[in-house]
Design a protein around this ligand. Structure first.
Ligand SMILES: Nc1ncnc2c1ncn2[C@@H]1O[C@H](COP(=O)(O)OP(=O)(O)OP(=O)(O)O)[C@@H](O)[C@H]1O
Length: 256
């Protein structure tokens, strides 16, 4: 294991006017680690995710990232082009609603191939072959490659969004309620798939979820948020089996 964290977050705060989105959040994420961020609606999970992922500007605090070249950069110092390049090559972002992360008027193969082209792939045959391979990995039949996401079910769209994000082998993927809004049986299959892909690719991930079962299944470590603040963090099994904070105890007991 590397002795440098992939991501270092210190004192991260995001306000919306006078309202707190998230406040004074600090954590380390190591290469290959999956961190779940849990908490009830409005606790600041999405705000934290978007602020770490540079989709929202922080009000205070620092996010440092271990770049592929081995340097550690304060992300606030990246230029816009550098930030976009990082988000396209080294990061993925899986939205709760696939329509927010897919190009709905482009074929399934195009959705995956476009990402490869963004990182420099030019050979049409190779791009198509890689797209077919990734569609297979997310259990979408090769004969759907020319169909658009509009003709897909919700679960298929989400799997396509995952393929689009993972095809370029990012080192870090942000996921906002990746199984939210899906039927329970579809959720279970998607969770299984995500768990397998995370294990196979060794990527690090931050997963926002209000569902403790999702955290249990996918994450090694978790942070519990309440009113924008982290009230407890630790290894997922420890937090869920032996919650220390009264709020975590309430969350855990409410699902038993
Ligand atoms: N664009 C915004 N403008 C103003 N306030 C916002 C905005 N987005 C979020 N907030 C506020 O920030 C706080 C945290 O919201 P956030 O969406 O991050 O929570 P969450 O835990 O992700 O909730 P949910 O699970 O419902 O998505 C809430 O008080 C919310 O009202």
């Amino acid at each position: 294991m590397s002795d440098t964290p992939l991501l270092e977050v210190d004192g991260l705060t995001r306000r919306y006017g006078a309202r707190i989105g998230c406040a004074d959040v600090s954590f380390r994420l190591w290469p290959g680690e999956v961190l779940a961020v849990v908490g009830e609606s409005g606790s600041g999970k999405t705000t934290l995710l978007n602020t770490v992922a540079q989709r929202l500007a922080p009000s205070e605090g620092v996010v440092r990232y271990l770049m592929r070249d081995g340097t550690v950069r304060d992300l606030a110092t990246l230029g816009e082009a550098e930030r976009r390049f990082l988000a396209r090559t080294d990061w993925g972002f899986v939205h709760q609603h696939p329509a927010d992360g897919l190009r709905m008027n482009v074929s399934a193969g195009g959705n995956v191939g476009e990402r490869l082209m963004a990182v420099g792939a030019r050979n049409y045959g190779e791009i198509r072959a890689t797209a077919i391979d990734w569609l297979g990995r997310v259990e979408i039949a090769a004969d759907r490659i020319d169909d658009g996401p509009r003709t897909f079910s919700g679960g298929m769209r989400q799997r396509l969004q995952i393929a689009r994000n993972l095809v370029t082998h990012p080192r870090l993927v942000f996921m906002d309620e990746p199984t939210g809004g899906l039927d329970v049986s579809v959720q279970a299959r998607l969770l299984d798939l995500l768990r397998r892909l995370v294990a196979e690719t060794g990527l690090a991930a931050i997963i926002v979820t209000h569902d403790l079962a999702v955290a249990r299944l996918l994450s090694t470590r978790m942070m519990v948020m309440k009113s924008g603040r982290v009230v407890e963090d630790g290894l997922t099994d420890r937090v869920l089996d032996d919650p220390q904070h009264a709020y975590t105890q309430l969350l855990v007991s409410s699902i038993l």
